[in-house]
Design a protein around this ligand. Structure first.
Ligand SMILES: [Zn+2]
Length: 271
C-alpha cells in the first residue's frame, strides 16, 4: 500500500536501509528494473541524492524521485536489467501501485522544473509548506496542477454503445472524452462534449470511476451517460468516425489498464 508523505516534504532524516528510487533520466523517462518477468521500480540500499523528492512509503519503503546527473554517454545509465523506459510504456507492465507512484513522481519532477518562477510577477519561487512554490517578492503561491477530463460512455439503454475513432488510432475505438472547462461541472462537460463531438444529447450522467493519467497531469473521470436524442454526426476536426455498436459486436478497444476500457467492460457486464 502506498502512503503519501504528509505534509509533503522530506523528513529530516530518512531511516537507513532499503529505498525505492525513481530516477527520471529525461522528460517522462524512468530507470526501472526490467527482465523477462516484467518491470519493477528500482530498490536500492544506497541513499538517493539529497535533493530527491520524498513521495511517501510503498509497503513501508520510502519512495524517492530525482533527476540524476547524466553521464556523457546517455546509454551508460542502463545496466544489466536496468532500462530507461517511457512512463507511457510502463502502463500495464509495472504493478498497479508502482505505476501510481511513478505517475505521481513524474508530475512532481515536472512541477519542480517548471515552477521555479512566479506566474504573477516572474520572481524566483521557493518550496513552501507542502508541494507549493511561493514567490518571495509578491507572496503568490502556486500548486502542482491536476487537470480534470471526462470519459463519456454513451449508451442507448438497448445494448448499444457510442464509440468513436480518432486519426492515428488504427482500428481501435473508444468512448468520447474531453477536458473540463473553467466554471463547468463534470456532468455539464459530458453533455457539452457529446454535442460538440457527435451532435448527440445525453440525459442522466452517472459517475463510474476515476484514474490519474500523468500526461502531463490529467485526472480522468468516467461517466455512464444515457442517450437522449440526435443522429451521430462526428466533428471531423476531432474524430474520424463514430457509430453505435451492439455489446455483442464490438470493435478493437483500448487496453485493459485504461479507464475507458474499464468503463466499457463494466457496462458490458451489465448487459
Ligand atoms: Zn511573484
Amino acid at each position: 500500500m502506498f502512503l503519501r508523505a504528509y505534509p509533503a516534504g522530506k523528513p529530516a532524516v530518512l531511516s537507513a536501509g532499503l529505498q525505492i528510487h525513481l530516477p527520471f533520466v529525461a522528460e517522462g523517462e524512468l530507470l526501472v528494473y526490467h527482465d523477462r518477468h516484467g518491470a519493477h521500480l528500482l530498490r536500492s540500499e544506497t541513499p538517493a541524492p539529497a535533493n530527491a523528492l520524498y513521495l511517501g512509503d510503498l509497503d513501508g519503503v520510502p519512495c524517492l524521485a530525482f533527476s540524476p546527473a547524466l553521464p556523457a554517454d546517455d546509454d551508460a545509465v542502463e545496466a544489466e536489467n536496468v532500462k530507461r523506459l517511457g512512463l507511457r510504456s510502463l502502463f500495464g507492465h509495472l504493478p498497479d501501485e508502482e505505476i501510481t507512484v511513478a505517475g505521481y513522481a513524474s508530475q512532481l519532477i515536472r512541477w519542480h522544473k517548471n515552477a521555479r518562477f512566479c506566474p504573477a510577477c516572474g520572481g524566483p519561487t521557493h518550496n513552501d509548506d507542502g508541494w507549493n512554490q511561493k514567490c518571495a517578492a509578491c507572496g503568490f503561491s502556486h500548486y502542482p496542477p491536476a487537470t480534470p477530463a471526462v470519459l463519456i460512455l454513451v449508451h442507448d439503454g438497448a445494448g448499444n454503445i457510442l464509440l468513436a475513432q480518432k486519426e492515428g488510432w488504427g482500428k481501435r475505438y473508444s468512448i468520447l472524452a474531453g477536458f473540463v472547462e473553467p466554471g463547468e461541472s463534470l456532468e455539464d462537460c459530458c453533455r457539452r462534449e457529446t454535442v460538440e463531438e457527435v451532435q448527440v444529447t445525453v440525459g442522466e450522467c452517472t459517475y463510474d470511476g476515476s484514474q490519474t493519467w500523468p500526461f502531463p497531469h490529467q485526472l480522468m473521470v468516467g461517466f455512464i451517460c444515457c442517450y437522449e436524442s440526435g443522429e451521430i454526426v462526428p466533428d471531423p476536426t476531432e474524430l474520424s468516425h463514430a457509430a453505435w455498436f451492439h455489446h455483442t459486436n464490438l470493435p478493437e478497444l483500448p487496453p485493459p489498464y485504461a479507464l475507458s476500457r474499464q468503463l466499457i467492460d463494466r457496462w458490458i457486464a451489465q448487459q
